[in-house]
Write a protein that binds this ligand. Structure first.
Ligand code: GRF
Length: 193
């Protein structure tokens, strides 16, 4: 079966992107990463993608001001030009409109650094520590118009330890993120979800 053509959308560091790129280097992996798009021209992940020989593009949201759909149409044009079949959000810090999300229904994944439905939104690690939860983790889910709410594809838990800081907890969660995102994309690309 042909490998699914995947684009990864990033805004920053791109460590989850790297995990997906690494997994897809195996020719038996059911997806290939053909494009990385960042809305931030200075995103570190762009350099890392280029170093792996992946085509990169910048679609800066700023020139579009408040017109989110215009930004997304520019994004959509890039994805269409590369005949993209699946999109992975990996630290992509823009909210997407229902218009965009509907175009990609069932073909758009996100990774969230918490055990959804707990701790939707930002600053998940600080909030988990404040709440005193004993387990925290990460979730890969399909994107729906409502933020951090779509059907869950994969999830992994980590313990919260006494003395954890936001940084130590984030690092523990990030390790499982890098494991479950490639697993989740594999399942989706194989049509097993
Ligand atoms: C990750 O923790 C991811 O779950 C969240 O943003 C962070 C991105 O990190 N959505 P990276 O850019 O993949 O290193």
């Amino acid at each position: 079966m042909a490998r699914k053509r995947v684009a990864i959308l990033i805004s920053g560091r791109g460590s989850n992107m790297v995990a997906l790129i690494e997994a897809a280097k195996d020719s038996r992996y059911p997806a290939e990463i053909v494009l990385v798009v960042s809305n931030e021209p200075a995103a570190e992940g762009l350099t890392r993608a280029a170093a792996s020989g992946i085509e990169t593009a910048v679609v800066d949201h700023r020139p579009f001001g408040r017109d989110r759909e215009a930004f997304e149409r520019a994004l959509q044009d890039r994805l269409a030009a590369h005949r993209i079949e699946l999109v992975c959000l990996a630290g992509f810090m823009r909210l997407l409109t229902p218009w965009f999300v509907r175009q990609w229904e069932g073909r758009l994944l996100n990774i969230h650094p918490a055990l959804l439905p707990a701790f939707k939104g930002l600053d998940t690690h600080a909030r988990a520590l404040k709440a005193g939860v004993k387990e925290h983790g990460a979730t890969v889910h399909f994107v729906v118009p409502e933020m951090d709410s779509g059907p869950i594809v994969a999830q992994a838990a980590v313990p919260v330890r006494d003395g954890d800081t936001e940084q130590s907890l984030a690092a523990r969660v990030l390790e499982v993120e890098h494991r479950i995102y490639p697993e989740a994309l594999k399942l989706v690309a194989e049509g097993r979800v």
